[in-house]
Write a protein that binds this ligand. Structure first.
Ligand SMILES: [Zn+2]
Length: 93
């Protein structure tokens, strides 16, 4: 996690706004979030023009959704009850 002194001004404003609204802010290291599989953790390199995440583990997601899931994992961990799973891993009822 970055030290608060090194955060951009926009992040400081967001922290202040969230704090005054009583919200919790969790800072995560954003490096590699779009290159990491949210299901298995494998690094899957892709260019910016590649808009889908497709991993050998079977996880297929929109690139931004996959990155958001990795950010969530980094912020809150993978403990039980996190409610996240790879969409491609869902089984139809
Ligand atoms: Zn994977």
């Amino acid at each position: 996690m970055q030290s608060l002194q090194r955060l951009p001004a926009t992040a400081h404003r967001s922290l202040h706004k969230a704090g005054s609204a009583g919200a919790e802010v969790v800072l995560v290291d954003p490096r590699g979030t779009s290159q990491t599989c949210p299901k298995c953790g494998t690094l899957k390199a892709k260019t910016l023009s590649t808009r889908a995440h497709a991993c050998a583990c079977g996880c297929v997601l929109d690139r931004d959704v996959a990155a958001a899931m990795v950010v969530h994992h980094r912020a809150f961990g993978l403990g039980s009850g996190h409610g996240l799973r790879c969409v491609s891993g869902r089984v139809a009822a």
